[in-house]
Each structure stands twice: as structure tokens, then as C-alpha cells.
Design a binder for this molecule. Structure first.
Ligand code: NDP
Length: 450
């Protein structure tokens, strides 16, 4: 049946490479679950799960500062509402396609199920590139995007958030337009600013959560992060707060990157240097290259398309935190990481490691935390933001952070328990896929053929 499903999606949408990759991974994990539960086969659960409940595709026309008209494509993939309203981020990046959003929405379904909170899965976005655009251009784009999206979302229907290219600025413009069109102030987006309904710790949540998950994995080997050398990729939201928590716990962060290149700072990126990175990326919207101008002991390596590997992953280290984008660790990078002594890989990004790389990590006994478990802290605190909005109150930083820690601990246990139960002891990847799958499909069965 697993093979049939893969053939069906390959025949139906032959060009959706990223989606095939994400489905293939889950299908592989849940084979023993299907064998032990014939009812899932009889009710064609997998066939239903791989087809989005709804896909919305729309035109986004907007005017740039020169007065010229531009047209982008907008999407929302509403994948599954089995356990709650659709929930998942919006990505604005030129590489966005339906395949990428379907893979992200599919992953989101299982991730959200692991969080213990009542959230279904979705994802959306546009091929719009915010890089190099003025604030006014970004605002006009967001307003145009929302002028269509607003009729499909709502606090009990579909609750988008941020992702690559969608941070506090974009969420603000999107929320403002939604509020105007609907004439209501609701928690329809998460990742809002604190003054108007946001949650403390939401900006930090994905990065902090990833580090909490890594600490739980290390604890199974009686180790901690203190003194560990860590390779972190990206320099956006997830990378910044992953680095912040690692520094706080006594680890040494030696790398960061953006899509133009990476920096290696052997002495370690300390809190002061990280504050500079935040200013550079969040306020000045500059490039990582400038880090090496500011701190000349650091080495900047620009992206070289002729290389078949990313130099960032070719440094000595103990732990790796890929926190930029999908498939950023290829098979050669994975080999470099193993050769350089890395013993833990914790995915802040979604699907950052290619399947051959994952196999190598698992075969080499590396502690491997898959994105759908390790980066679930972001959507978890989004869920807590929804709860606070419904109750019309705000929890303290400590309260949200403690809940985040508890959720990451619980996800860690859930993965290990499910993996053990189905014969994959210590395998977080199979554990995450199986635990998320069982919760979602049992809910689908309870709700009948809809
Ligand atoms: P940001 O837009 O804040 O940062 C993304 C970072 O990754 C930037 O440094 C960007 O560089 C780099 N990057 C993006 N695309 C590429 C590429 N094709 N090649 C190399 N580098 C690239 O996004 P986030 O930090 O929010 O997201 C990072 C990852 O984490 C994504 O996979 C996202 O899906 C995942 N994630 C995010 C969550 C969140 O709460 N924000 C929650 C769960 C997962 P540049 O500036 O040059 O574009």
C-alpha cells in the first residue's frame, strides 16, 4: 500500500519533488503501524492524508515605488483539520511553489499533532521576495495578499503565522488589512506584536524549543550542551534564537549564514556579537558578509555554486543546528558532519536534511532530531498565543517559557515511546512520524468520511 501511495502522488503531481520527499519519509515510518492496524488500510487513510482538504491559489497584484505594477502568486494549502483549525506559517520567498507549500503543510500536520495542542495543519505564502523592497512596497504587497486571503481564514478556521520572509513587520501589515476588511479584532494570525495580542516568547520559541529538544536528546546520554561547539546555519528568526539559547547554556556557536554565504568565528559568537547580528538582520536588513568586516577574526565564505557541499558544515563541531531552509544538508555535507565529529543534529528548519543524509546520521549513531519534532516550539507558542487571545489575557515570560519547555519535553518522550512501541528504539524520526500519524488518523476515523 505504501508503494501504491507513492505511485499515486508521483502520477498525480509528477513535479512536486519536495512533497514526494516529505510523504516518502512518513510512509516509510508508518509501514509497521499500517501492518498492525488493517483498519487504516481499509479506510484508505493514507490516500486521504496526502490530499489537501483545500488549496487556494490567487493573484496578488501590487504597485512598487516606481509606480510599476507587479503580479505575484499567493497560496494557502489547508491540509488537515482533523484535530483543530488549520495552522501553519506563511512563507514569502522567490522559491515558493505549490510543491514546497504542500510539503510544509504535510509536515505541519504531524508537527502540530505532537505539540499536544488542538491545531490542524496548513501552510501558505507567495513567490514574492521581500529582500531589497522598501517598507511601503512590503506593506502594499501584504495588503493585496490579505485582500484575497481574508475570506478563507479566521480564528476558528485557519490561523496563519510567519515563516521565511514573514516576520513581525509582515504579520503587522497582514493583520491590519484583515482587521479592516472583517471589522473585527481577533487572533487570526499568530506572531503578533506584544502591544496588540502577541505572546511573550513567540519570537524566541522555535529556536529556544530546538535547543530544549537538543538538551533532552543529550540527556539520554548523560550529556549537556555546556562546552559543546555548535554549527548553526541561517541568521533569521530561528537561527538567532537558537544561537541565543545555546550561548546562554554555555555552548560555543561558531557559524551563521544567509543565502549569500556563511561566517566561521572560531572564537565563538558571544552575546554581544549576536546582538550585532540581530541589528544587522532585523533592523538594517543587511548581509552576513558585514559580520566579517565588523569582526575581522571571523572568516566569510560566499556561496560557490560550483561546490557540491556547503562549507558551513565542514568545520569541527559537536552539534549541528540547521536553521535556514529545506535540503540545506546534502549527502556530502552529512558525510562532512560525521567526519568532523558531530554527534547531534537538531533541525530548526523544516526538512533541512536530504534522505541519504538522514540515513547516514542514523547509521552513524548520531542523535538526530527531525524538524517536525525539534522545531515544534514555534507553533506550540503560537497555540499558546491563540489560548491567551481567547482568554483575553497575557501570560508572563516565565509562564510561556515553562510551558514551552514542558511541551518540548513531552514531544521528546512521545517520539521515544512511539519509536520503542513500533520497533525503532531511539529513532526520533520514526517516533515523530508515527506518533503524529496515529493521533491524526484516529481523529479522522472518529469524524467519519469527510
Ligand atoms: P527567516 O526568514 O527569519 O530566516 C531564514 C534564514 O535562512 C535567512 O538567514 C535566509 O537567508 C536563510 N535562507 C533562506 N532561504 C535560503 C536558501 N534557499 N539558501 C540558503 N539560505 C537560505 O526564516 P525563519 O528563521 O523563520 O525560518 C528558517 C527555517 O525554520 C525555515 O525552514 C522555516 O520553515 C523553519 N521554521 C520556522 C519557524 C518559525 O517560527 N519562524 C517555525 C518552524 C520552522 P537570506 O536572508 O539571505 O534569505
Amino acid at each position: 500500500m505504501a508503494e501504491e501511495i507513492m505511485q499515486t502522488i508521483l502520477d498525480r503531481d509528477p513535479n512536486e519533488r519536495e512533497f514526494h520527499q516529505a510523504v516518502g519519509e512518513v510512509v516509510e515510518s508508518v509501514k509497521p503501524v499500517l501492518d498492525q492496524n488493517p483498519v487504516y488500510r481499509k479506510l484508505r487513510i493514507l490516500e486521504r492524508l496526502v490530499e489537501p482538504e483545500r488549496v487556494i491559489l490567487f493573484r496578488v497584484p501590487w504597485m512598487d515605488d516606481r509606480g510599476e505594477v507587479n503580479v505575484n502568486r499567493g497560496y494557502r494549502v489547508e491540509m488537515s483539520s482533523a484535530i483543530g483549525p488549520y495552522k501553519g506559517g506563511l512563507r514569502f520567498h522567490p522559491s515558493v511553489t505549490l510543491s514546497i507549500l504542500k510539503f510544509l503543510a504535510f509536515e505541519q500536520v504531524f508537527k502540530n499533532a505532537l505539540t499536544t495542542l488542538p491545531m490542524g495543519g496548513g501552510k501558505g505564502g507567495s513567490d514574492f521576495d521581500p529582500k531589497g523592497k522598501s517598507d511601503n512596497e512590503v506593506m502594499r504587497f501584504c495588503q493585496s495578499f490579505m485582500s484575497e486571503l481574508f475570506r478563507h481564514i479566521g480564528s476558528n478556521t485557519d490561523v496563519p503565522a510567519g515563516d521565511i520572509g514573514v516576520g513581525a513587520r509582515e504579520i503587522g501589515f497582514l493583520f491590519g488589512m484583515y482587521k479592516k476588511l472583517r471589522n473585527e479584532f481577533t487572533g487570526v494570525l499568530t506572531g503578533k506584536s506584544l502591544n496588540w495580542g502577541g505572546s511573550l516568547i513567540r519570537p524566541e520559541a522555535t529556536g529556544y524549543g530546538s535547543v530544549y529538544f537538543a538538551a533532552e536528546m543529550l540527556a539520554t546520554r548523560n550529556e549537556t550542551l555546556e562546552g559543546k561547539t555548535c554549527l548553526v546555519s541561517g541568521s533569521g528568526n530561528v537561527a538567532q534564537f537558537t544561537a541565543e539559547k545555546l550561548i546562554e547554556l554555555g555552548a560555543k556557536v561558531v557559524t551563521l549564514s544567509d543565502s549569500s554565504g556563511c561566517i566561521y568565528d572560531e572564537a565563538g559568537i558571544d552575546a554581544k556579537k549576536l546582538a550585532y547580528v540581530k541589528l544587522l538582520k532585523n533592523v538594517r536588513r543587511g548581509r552576513m558578509e558585514e559580520y566579517a568586516d565588523k569582526y575581522p577574526d571571523a572568516v566569510y565564505t560566499p556561496v560557490d555554486p560550483s561546490l557540491d557541499f556547503n562549507p558551513l558544515w565542514n568545520h569541527k563541531g559537536d552539534c549541528a543546528f540547521p536553521s535556514a531552509t529545506q535540503n540545506e544538508i546534502n549527502a556530502v555535507d552529512a558525510k562532512h558532519l560525521v567526519e568532523n565529529g558531530v554527534t547531534l543534529v537538531c533541525e530548526g528548519a523544516n526538512m533541512p536534511t536530504v534522505p541519504d543524509g538522514i540515513d547516514l546520521f542514523l547509521d552513524s549513531g548520531i542523535l538526530y532530531g527531525p524538524g517536525k519534532a525539534a522545531n515544534a516550539g514555534g507553533v506550540s507558542v503560537s497555540g499558546l498565543e491563540m489560548t491567551q487571545n481567547s482568554m483575553r489575557l497575557s501570560w508572563t515570560r516565565e509562564e510561556v517559557d515553562n510551558r514551552l519547555k514542558m511541551i518540548m519535553k513531552s514531544i521528546h518522550h512521545t517520539c521515544l515511546d512511539a519509536a520503542e512501541q513500533y520497533g525503532f528504539p531511539g529513532n526520533y524520526l520514526h517516533g515523530a512520524n508515527i506518533a503524529g500519524f496515529v493521533k491524526v488518523v484516529d481523529s479522522m476515523i472518529d469524524q467519519g468520511l469527510v
